[in-house]
Every structure is written in structure tokens, then in C-alpha cells.
Design a protein around this ligand. Structure first.
Ligand SMILES: [Zn+2]
Ligand SMILES: [Zn+2]
Length: 560
């Protein structure tokens, strides 16, 4: 499905250009760019969380480098909802231009505000919108439509331009009985379908799942059973943005007389925002703080925690490793993972489940109880959408390749001609003119890595180094030599990380290093660099033959 990698032509008049900058091929770093008449509208700006093969990388950003010399043409950034894969990269974009108007619902912008505060970004231009509202940004006339998802206040956006219309669904499902009563506005979809949707950009996450996504409230019985059976400590891990999930746990806690404590920085922060804005209803005298947990018996408290994806530094992982400073799990405690398993996180999640099980905890997860339902529309719901909207062209977004293909097939099944289903990938440039979408080129949308506070400076070489460090460990060797006498004055001092805890394992090789250095010095080698090579070769050969390992070796020779 890869378009030939070619530079797109100049944008013709009366043409709307659509370029996905991320989220097609991965679940994450969602971003799309719409351009007409020299003006650019952006939709979403999320992050992708790295997998095991990107050690030390904190985040991966969408390909917004392509915007580098076009930032002044951006009229606004629409944020469909407050999930990290849609808002997480906003601070990195705003560092390049601070005053890009951020357009989104009340909750979405409140979550963005917290994020920008942490990044110390000020002077942000917030434009709060709500469903049903219509606003104009330059050449783009925007109308917002309520959609139902695993976070409140999510919006789809209908974009009208002189060159055509685009409906971007954002993430959505069609729960007909959602906890907050806010359903996906199919009446608006029908109206927009009548008006004419030239291009439908539609969530593909669950396109392979037949039927309909189970309503959120159907997890209540499973939660109820867990609460009824737990006689000790109870921990529920879920996404820190899943306000309705937290609401259900809160309600069950109140019913069973348990106090609630939030654990995890993002959980504490987001739930405060959600309850301040009225999206989360917390009965008085329910919440306690982690520092006060000692004052309550374990069976009187439920802990709502982050870490449901096995994130190594999260509270839950630390509990599983017995490394949590406050919470010590005991045999008979119950842990619920009320969350999905995002592809790529499997190993980490099962590591945590195994760690918890080993401690004797009962682990309830979506594999053994109905404690999670998806936030995304399944195939049945997508079919409804296509039939209601009758789009002229379709671009499946938000998914791995298999999800995009499955979603395209659904569109075709409802009668969208195959040549009107655009299976794009990140960076594919699509021009929409006179109701017809065509792939016209490809721009570079490779991963931009964020590593602590630096952006884009992590090279593949650095990643290779980290892979070696992570898998094979690290050995440093320091020696001080007198080049005149040809003798070792000090060392070799050998230190290792991630290789072997016991330093005495190096005793046999220390003598070999000393002899090899003195031999080299005897041969007239006095250059520190070459002496370092001698050390590297000697210890490298020894480690490889004795342990079959190839750690990173950093020799330092000081000559006097
Ligand atoms: Zn989402
Ligand atoms: Zn998403």
C-alpha cells in the first residue's frame, strides 16, 4: 500500500490536501494536516509510546518536521479528545510556535493545560468549543459533533472548505447507553451525510472486531463481584484518563464502604481536573490521600492506580516487584486490571501480572473477567457509520496496517468503490478535488524520538548502544600507567553494571589485563588510546569466552 516515495506537486487551486503525519501504521502519535489555499489546519498531535526495541526513548512524536517552515501558515490545531496519543505531542509542537490556537472541548483543553504547565509553556491560545458549535479558522469552517469514547467530551470534526469537506471521527464508539448519557450524535452524522462528506477519516482500531462494542456499564457486574469477594486490599488499575471507569470503581467503593485513594501522578492530576469540571462525581468523605493509607485497614480502602500497561516505573509495577514505598501486597489481596492491552505492551503487562500472582494476589483482568470494554467502534458500528454518512471517499486512520485494511474492506462492503478507499500511511499526501481523493505523493514522516528533554537527537547509533547496555550490560576499566617505567601504577579497576553483581568475578581477568598492558608498554606503546584498545580486546575476549556476552566496554587509561 506504499505510495511511490515522490515529492507531491504544488497544491493546485480548489484542492484540499490531506496528509496524515502519524497514527497510520501504529496505534499512537495521531496527527493529520489539512491544507487549502496556503492555509493549514492540524487535527490532533499525539505521542506514541516506544516499545522494547527503543530503550531509553520516552516518546515518539508525529512527523511534524514537515511543517518546520510552514508553521506560520497554521490557523489552528483541533484536539479531538484528551488521550495522550492525541494531545501528548502538543508541547513539542508549541515549542516551535507558541501561539497556535488550540481548539477542543472543555475537558480536552483542561488536560492540555495541565500538560503545558508541566512543560512550562505559557501564552497558549485556547479556543474552547462544544458539540454542535460551528467556528471558522481561516479557510476552514469547523463543526463539532459529539462522539462517545473512553474519555468524556470527545469530538468529531466536520471541516468545510471551498475545495471540499472532511469528516474526521476522532476516536469513537457508539455506546447507546453511556454512563454520562452523551451518545455519538448519529443525527448530526446523518445531516452531514445529506450535505455531503467528500472524505471520511475514520477510526480503525476495532475494525477487525465483529459486531458491536459492549456498553461501558456492562462491566459493573464484574466489578461488583470483585468488590463482594475481596476481603483484603483491593487495587484497580486503569487508564488515568478513563473518567467513567474510575466513576464506576468509585460508585462500587462507596457501596461497599471502602475509601478511595488515587495512586500515580497522572491519575491524581486527571481525576482532580475531571471532578473540578464536573465530569467525575466524588461523594464527600470518599477520597483519602496515600500518605494517610496507614490509618485505614486494607479492607476499607480501594486503590485506583496507573500502570495498567505494565509501565516499568508505574505504581503497579513497583508493587509487583515489592518496590513500592508504601503499598506492600500480601497473599489474598486482589488486583484488577480494568484496561485494554495495547499491542506492543503484552510482555510488560504479563510481567506485572506474573509478579502480582507470585506475591499471592488474585489478578482479575480482561482475560478472565469482563472488567474492560473497548473505547472504539467495532465493525458493526463502523458499518452503520458508512451507511449513515455515505462518504464519497474514505481514509481509514488510527490503526496498525491490518486495522486500516479491515476498515477499508468495511467501507467497500457498504458500497464505497474500491478506488475511493485511500489506504494511506504516515506521510501519504492525498489531494481532494471535485469530490475525488487521489494519492499524489509522500513526505518524510519518520519517528522523532524524545529522550528526556531533548527532541530528535537520539540517533539509531545511540539506540544500538542502549540496546547493548540493556541486554548485555556495561563494564568500565580504569588503569593508570607510567609510560617511562612501563609499569602499572594503579588498577585495573573494573566496574560493571547490568552484567554481574559480584565484582570478584573479574579477578581472573584483572591479571590478564595487567600482563597485556605491561607487554604493550614493553613494546613501546605509550599512546593512551592504543592502551585502551589493549584493555578492550583482553576483557572483551574473556567476557565473550567465559560468559558468551558482549557488554559495552569502556576502558580508560591515564598515562603519567
Ligand atoms: Zn482515544
Ligand atoms: Zn487514540
Amino acid at each position: 500500500m506504499s505510495a511511490a516515495l515522490r515529492t507531491p506537486p504544488r497544491l493546485a487551486p480548489d484542492t484540499l490536501r490531506v496528509t496524515p503525519l502519524g497514527g497510520l501504521g501504529d496505534i499512537g502519535r495521531n496527527m493529520a494536516m489539512l491544507e487549502v489555499d496556503g492555509q493549514i489546519l492540524l487535527i490532533d498531535c499525539g505521542v506514541l509510546f516506544p516499545e522494547d526495541d527503543h530503550p531509553g526513548v520516552d516518546l515518539i512524536l508525529p512527523g511534524f518536521e514537515v511543517l518546520a517552515d510552514r508553521l506560520d501558515d497554521v490557523v489552528g490545531l483541533v484536539l479531538t479528545h484528551g488521550h495522550e496519543d492525541h494531545i501528548g505531542a502538543v508541547p513539542y509542537l508549541l515549542r516551535q510556535r507558541r501561539d497556535i490556537p488550540l481548539i477542543g472541548s472543555r475537558l480536552t483543553l483542561a488536560l492540555v493545560r495541565e500538560k503545558l504547565r508541566e512543560h512550562r509553556l505559557r501564552d497558549t491560545d485556547y479556543r474552547t468549543v462544544e458539540d454542535g458549535q460551528r467556528v471558522t479558522f481561516g479557510a476552514f469552517d469547523l463543526e463539532f459533533v459529539a462522539v462517545n469514547h473512553s474519555i468524556p467530551d470527545a469530538l468529531a470534526v466536520f471541516v468545510r472548505t471551498a475545495a471540499g469537506t472532511v469528516l474526521h471521527t476522532g476516536d469513537f464508539k457508539m455506546d447507546q447507553l453511556p454512563l454520562d448519557g452523551r451518545i455519538t450524535d448519529l443525527r448530526a452524522f446523518a445531516r452531514l451525510g445529506e450535505e455531503g462528506v467528500d472524505l471520511l477519516m475514520v477510526d480503525s482500531t476495532n475494525a477487525e472486531v465483529p459486531g458491536f462494542t459492549t456498553p461501558e456499564r456492562d462491566i459493573a457486574p464484574a466489578l461488583e463481584r470483585v468488590f463482594a469477594r475481596s476481603t483484603q486490599r483491593l487495587i484497580v488499575a486503569c487508564f488515568a484518563s478513563h473518567v467513567h471507569r474510575v466513576q464506576q470503581v468509585l460508585d462500587a467503593a462507596v457501596k461497599h464502604g471502602r475509601k478511595v485513594v488515587y495512586v500515580g501522578r497522572s491519575m491524581v492530576r486527571n481525576m482532580k481536573v475531571a471532578s473540578d469540571l464536573g465530569y467525575l462525581h466524588v461523594p464527600g468523605n470518599t477520597l483519602i490521600e496515600l500518605k494517610d493509607i496507614e490509618n485505614h485497614r486494607p479492607e476499607d480502602v480501594v486503590i485506583i492506580s496507573t500502570g495498567s500497561q505494565g509501565e516499568p516505573l508505574s505504581a503497579l509495577s513497583r508493587m509487583a516487584n515489592r518496590e513500592h514505598p508504601v503499598i506492600d501486597l500480601e497473599r489474598g489481596d486482589t488486583v484488577v486490571l480494568a484496561s485494554s492491552l495495547i499491542p506492543g505492551n503484552e510482555n510488560a503487562v504479563y510481567r506485572v501480572i506474573n509478579g502480582l500472582a507470585k506475591l499471592g494476589a488474585t489478578v482479575v483482568h480482561k482475560g478472565n473477567a469482563m472488567v474492560h470494554v473497548s473505547g472504539h467502534a467495532s465493525a458493526g458500528e463502523l458499518l452503520y457509520c458508512y451507511n449513515i454518512l455515505r462518504p464519497r471517499n474514505v481514509m481509514p486512520v488510527h490503526g496498525e496496517v491490518r486495522h486500516l485494511i479491515a476498515n477499508g474492506a468495511l467501507a467497500e462492503a457498504t458500497g464505497v468503490p474500491a478506488d475511493r478507499v485511500v489506504l494511506a500511511e504516515d506521510g501519504t499526501v492525498v489531494d481532494l478535488a471535485r469530490g475525488r481523493a487521489r494519492v499524489v505523493g509522500q513526505v518524510d514522516c519518520s519517528y522523532i524520538f524524545v529522550d528526556g528533554s531533548t527532541v530528535g537527537d537520539v540517533s539509531e547509533t545511540a539506540l544500538t548502544d542502549r540496546r547493548i547496555l540493556g541486554e548485555e550490560g556495561f563494564i568500565s576499566v580504569v588503569a593508570v600507567v607510567n609510560t617511562r617505567s612501563g609499569r602499572l601504577i594503579s588498577g585495573p579497576d573494573i566496574h560493571a553494571r547490568g552484567f554481574h553483581e559480584d565484582a570478584t568475578v573479574f579477578d581472573p581477568v584483572a591479571g590478564q589485563i595487567t600482563r597485556a598492558l605491561e607487554d604493550a608498554l614493553g613494546d613501546g606503546v605509550t599512546d593512551a588510546q592504543r592502551l585502551q584498545q589493549v584493555i578492550r580486546r583482553t576483557i572483551g575476549r574473556w567476557v565473550n569466552t567465559s560468559y558468551r556476552r558482549r557488554p559495552m566496554i569502556v576502558p580508560t587509561v591515564v598515562t603519567v
